[in-house]
Design a protein around this ligand. Structure first.
Ligand SMILES: *[C@@H]1O[C@H](CO)[C@@H](O)[C@H](O)[C@H]1NC(C)=O
Ligand SMILES: *[C@@H]1O[C@H](CO)[C@@H](O)[C@H](O)[C@H]1NC(C)=O
Ligand SMILES: *[C@@H]1O[C@H](CO)[C@@H](O)[C@H](O)[C@H]1NC(C)=O
Ligand SMILES: *[C@@H]1O[C@H](CO)[C@@H](O)[C@H](O)[C@H]1NC(C)=O
Ligand SMILES: *[C@@H]1O[C@H](CO)[C@@H](O)[C@H](O)[C@H]1NC(C)=O
Ligand SMILES: *[C@@H]1O[C@H](CO)[C@@H](O)[C@H](O)[C@H]1NC(C)=O
Length: 277
């Protein structure tokens, strides 16, 4: 009967087509999955932010996958790595048994992203990847965090273990005891460069669906996480993170040559960094 053949053809087509577009997990067939990428810089709160996202049962954010050098050795390995994530073939501790409605990873600008931005913009367009930019407003505080984290790599005051993130106030206090001395000659050029790098990245992806978040805003206003969930098109939930902020004191208490830093920044566009959290 031609009708039967037509029917089977339709079923077969639907099956194949459905499978190409979505890889539904068990009971939740046909959920569309939103692809995202968190674009950030080191010490800008992206690890903390990602723990919030992964506390959502329908979100899988697979970590800093391009911290591994060979995955970003050239454009083809970058694209292959992303294909694995967005074909839902990437398994990490963030993988969920639940229905995933949004899947992604986080990517630091200096991990091949700026270098290969043209191909990456094209890829994001083709696979409809949405970008979450996460930057810090206070780049001086970020600088302290970068220096302290790199000091910790060698000194390891927490029982000989290097920790970039901590889960208790006791640990945070120990890490915050280190007060770096800033190189005044490099101070403004480095702040300039960081600011420009972030601005350039946003410009590269201006035509990609994106949202720009600032760490300080998330710290001060957890309702921002609602915007994020809307952006990711996932059902709204209260998200949580067990990470504890390391540097909470006034900046004057965290920089060894505070007076010099203060003097160097006063009267420049970066003066506000001296006072703002
Ligand atoms: C890209 O890098 C990978 C991993 O290092 C390597 O195996 C591959 O041959 C490289 N491909 C090209 C086209 O250079
Ligand atoms: C979220 O996960 C739950 C549990 O697996 C599932 O019932 C629900 O349909 C999922 N929601 C979305 C939007 O994927
Ligand atoms: C170091 O290890 C000891 C013993 O396991 C533990 O009691 C202590 O809290 C640890 N200290 C830090 C700073 O993690
Ligand atoms: C600051 O950095 C510059 C350039 O790397 C270097 O020449 C200079 O010695 C440094 N100054 C101090 C006080 O470390
Ligand atoms: C920093 O950038 C500003 C403009 O953005 C420029 O006028 C200034 O010369 C730069 N300073 C240094 C030290 O690079
Ligand atoms: C907190 O964030 C929400 C969502 O972006 C916003 O609507 C609200 O105005 C913010 N509240 C404050 C006090 O900034």
């Amino acid at each position: 009967m031609p009708f039967n053949i037509l029917f089977f053809a339709l079923v077969l087509f639907y099956f194949l087509y459905g499978d190409l577009r979505w890889k539904p997990k068990e009971e939740c067939a046909c959920n569309p999955v939103l692809f995202f990428c968190i674009v950030s810089m080191q010490r800008s709160g992206s690890g903390w932010f990602e723990t919030f996202l992964n506390s959502h049962i329908n979100v899988s954010s697979n970590g800093e996958i391009f911290s591994v050098g060979k995955r970003r050795a050239n454009v083809s390995s970058i694209l292959e790595t992303m294909d694995r994530v967005y074909n839902l073939d990437w398994f990490s501790s963030a993988s969920k048994n639940e229905c995933t409605a949004a899947v992604g990873f986080k990517w630091m600008l200096n991990q091949g992203l700026v270098e290969h931005h043209e191909e990456i913009v094209e890829y994001f367009e083709r696979r409809r990847v949405s970008v979450i930019f996460l930057f810090r407003r206070n780049l001086l505080r970020r600088m302290i965090s970068v220096l302290a984290n790199s000091y910790d790599k060698d000194a390891k005051p927490l029982n000989g273990t290097h920790k970039s993130h901590v889960h208790s106030a006791v640990e945070a206090n120990i890490l915050a005891k280190y007060r770096p001395r800033l190189n005044i000659t490099l101070l403004i050029p480095e702040l300039n460069q960081t600011k420009e790098t972030a601005a350039k990245a946003i410009a590269y992806f201006k035509n990609t669906r994106h949202i720009v978040l600032y760490y300080e805003d998330l710290v001060n206003n957890r309702t921002k996480l609602k915007d994020v969930q809307e952006f990711l098109r996932v059902p709204y939930r209260d998200l949580e993170s067990r990470q504890v902020k390391i540097h909470t004191a006034a900046l004057s208490k965290q920089i060894e040559n505070w007076n010099e830093v203060q003097e160097a920044l006063t009267g420049t566009p970066y003066q506000r960094f001296l006072f703002k959290d």
